[in-house]
Every structure is written in C-alpha cells, then in structure tokens.
Ligand binder design. Structure first.
Ligand code: HEC
Length: 116
C-alpha cells in the first residue's frame, strides 16, 4: 500500500514538474521584448559558439543588432529556430530551443526587432 501511495506521489510530482516546465511562472510570450535584456542572452547561450565574430560558421554572425537584423529580415532567424523547411535547423546539432525562447524572439520580431 505504501508503495502505491508513494508512486502516486511520484507520478503527480512528475506531472507537476512537466507543467512547471511548460508554463514556467512569469514567462511565455510577453510584450516589450528587449533586444539587449531578452534576445542577446538567448543568442549568447545558444548561438555564439558558432555565430559570433570569432566563429562565423556558415558566414553567419549574430553578434550585434545590425548583424542580427540581416537574418531577421531574410526570415532565416525565425525559420531556423522554428525548424521550418527551407531553413537549416538551429541550433545546429542541438535540441530545438524551448517554446518560451522561440516565442520571445518571435515577439521581439513582431514588435519591430528594435535595438532596445
Ligand atoms: C554548432 C554550431 C552552430 C550552432 C550552435 C548554431 N548554428 Fe546556426 N549555423 C551553423 C552552420 C554550420 C550554418 C550553415 C549551415 C550550412 O550552410 O550548412 C548555420 C546557419 C545558420 C543560419 C542561416 C540559415 C539559413 O537557412 O540560411 C542562421 C539564421 C542560423 N544559423 C542561426 C542560428 C541561431 C539563431 C542559433 C542559435 C539558436 C544557431 N544558428 C546556432 C552552425 C551553428
């Protein structure tokens, strides 16, 4: 009996964890996304290893607003992180970014991809 109760607790704990991960508090699509505070950290953590001025794989540099805007405007920034066909899936060789991170970049672009 104790085992059953114990595993029930464990199972519900897992569900809770999962929900917590899918809908973490204070996250998800928000407005007024900031390039410097929100977008740069995502690029730094997930993309700079290959797309900084020091390492420009595929000749793609995502360091600085001017450079990043090139890939916003040609659609490949969003296309690649959303794994859309016609684009190379990014980050190359790693798991897709979380929905929260993708949505943050998507909202930033929809708000005009400002250098804010
Ligand atoms: C492990 C290295 C690596 C990482 C990490 C990486 N990329 Fe790339 N990326 C590449 C390579 C290599 C190419 C060129 C693909 C080719 O030409 O085969 C590329 C190409 C691109 C392109 C052009 C795609 C196209 O379809 O024209 C974009 C945009 C891009 N990456 C964005 C990103 C973003 C955003 C991230 C982070 C979320 C990221 N990359 C992470 C290696 C990487």
């Amino acid at each position: 009996m104790w085992l059953i109760i114990n595993s029930l607790i464990l199972i519900s704990a897992c569900y809770y964890d999962k929900e917590d991960e899918l809908y973490p508090p204070n996250s998800g699509p928000k407005s007024n996304v900031s390039f410097s505070a929100d977008v740069i950290p995502i690029l730094t953590n997930n993309c700079f290893v290959c797309h900084s001025t020091a390492a420009a794989l595929g000749n793609v540099i995502l360091e600085g607003h001017d450079q990043t805007l090139i890939y916003v405007n040609n659609g490949s920034l969003l296309g690649s992180i959303k794994h859309e066909s016609n684009f190379f899936p990014m980050p190359n060789g790693s798991a897709k970014l979380s929905n929260t991170l993708i949505e943050t970049i998507e909202v930033w672009i929809s708000e005009g991809a400002k250098n804010n």
